[in-house]
Design a protein around this ligand. Structure first.
Ligand code: CTP
Length: 401
């Protein structure tokens, strides 16, 4: 899987940097190309000359290197890779990644990339065990960052314990696994997520309480199975996952346009909480208070994106169209009716009554409604619901292809 793949390799400042030279050699030996980026601290441990010579590629070091910018801008550099690898990834680099810093070339590339990121942490055992590092690790994992190691053992600083960078062969194996084809490799899946905002005037809008958490988890789970994911999201409160194509929209009509532009797809999952109505008489200028007169808002119905896409003909209609139904009573009956009314293939139904704690919570209890019947899934964390749904989609597409 490594042949012809392009790895952007960021070398952080740690004694383990010398082992990264071996990682470069192994990757190139398997046919991958390596574009190295050496941080200022990394250059204290390995020389630019040895990195560039082994990589057989231009070494990038400086954010404001005009020659390099003229050849390939740093945004393009961050996107031309198939995978971004940080090794050794120091405690400082982890903290900067978790905090979203972009104060040098390496951190700017990490912020600008739309590809998956794999880190190989390496640090003193106390630094690894420090609550701040462990907190950052949880945040990075939540952002979809992959982690290999660290190993446990004797360290250059004379201490013993976890913190030693994974061995080069383990790093290369993790890179291979990150790039390997999952069951959805070569498939394109579209996901809508989050709320929509419908303007009342330039400063006010109508919205809803959707956080985008379930749609984000579904996009990440589909990505993890190897799909190319187009993620059309309204103004959500959770960040979109890494490694997917993010198309940010505000209104239902913009969402419909973005969905239509992203087609065709092998499957489409409509998780967004789309506003059913927009303000037909939205003002072009800020509405001002007027004596004795309350503003009167007139509503117009928004397009139903799920129904519109379900009604398309192939090849524009995705072979599998999945809708969601958030209900507070008679969940299954309403969801079955919704499936028929909207013309989609599956409906994922859930009970969002306040006493379930599902809306805004971390768990979900769903029923999958298909032409074959109703499956009642157990109550699970939202990311597990996402994984299970992604696996079902992969199994379905595998079975029909
Ligand atoms: N949906 C959509 N476009 C809309 C409204 C809803 O694509 N304008 C999609 C949602 O993303 C979801 C499904 O339709 O997948 C069901 O949404 P829901 O709000 O539950 O359905 P409604 O059409 O609003 O039906 P009801 O009024 O019965 O709640």
């Amino acid at each position: 899987m490594l042949a012809t793949r392009r790895i952007l390799l960021i070398i952080g400042g740690g004694i383990a940097a010398y082992k990264v030279l071996e990682v470069i050699r192994l990757l190139r030996g398997q046919g991958a190309s390596v574009v190295p980026v050496l941080t200022r601290a990394g250059a204290q441990f390995v020389t630019p000359l040895s990195v560039a010579a082994l990589a057989g590629s231009t070494l990038h070091q400086d954010l404001f290197d005009l020659t390099a910018e003229a050849e390939m801008g740093h945004i393009q550099l961050s996107r031309a890779a198939d995978l971004v690898v940080v090794a050794p990834c120091t405690a400082d680099l982890m903290a900067k990644m978790a905090g979203g810093h972009a104060d040098d070339l390496a951190t700017t590339l990490l912020m600008a990339t739309d590809k998956r990121v794999l880190i190989a942490p390496a640090m003193n055992v106390r630094m690894w065990d420090h609550p701040a590092t462990q907190r950052n690790l949880v945040m990075l994992a939540g952002d979809g960052v992959l982690v290999v190691g660290p190993d446990s053992g004797d360290m250059a600083c004379g201490e013993h314990g976890p913190g030693r960078m994974a061995e080069p062969r383990a790093i290369v194996a993790a890179i291979d696994a990150a790039l390997s084809a999952g069951p959805l490799a070569g498939r394109h899946v579209l996901v809508t997520s989050g709320p929509t905002h419908e303007p009342i005037d330039p400063v006010r809008y109508i919205a809803n309480r959707s956080s985008g958490a379930q749609g984000t988890a579904i996009a990440a789970a589909l990505r993890d199975l190897g799909a190319r994911v187009s993620f059309v999201t309204g103004p959500a409160s959770v960040s979109p996952p890494h490694g997917v194509q993010v198309i940010a929209v505000e209104t239902a009509r913009e969402m419909l346009d973005a969905v239509q532009d992203a087609l065709p797809a092998d499957a489409a999952v409509f998780c967004a909480a789309v506003a059913d109505w927009r303000v037909a008489n939205a003002a072009g200028r800020k509405m001002k208070k007027q004596d004795n007169a309350l503003p009167v808002l007139e509503f117009a119905e928004n397009p139903d994106i799920l129904a519109t896409v379900s009604a398309l003909h192939q090849p524009q209609r995705p072979p599998l169209v999945v809708g969601f139904a958030a209900e507070t009573h008679d969940v299954i009956a309403h969801a079955q009716a919704k499936r028929a009314r909207k013309g989609c293939d599956w409906i994922v139904a859930n009970d969002v009554s306040p006493d379930t704690g599902i809306m805004g919570g971390n768990e979900n209890a769903v029923h999958l409604i298909t032409a074959q019947g109703v499956e009642n899934w157990p109550r699970l964390p939202k990311d597990q619901v996402a994984r299970q749904l992604a696996e079902r989609i992969a199994a379905h597409l595998g079975a029909v292809s």
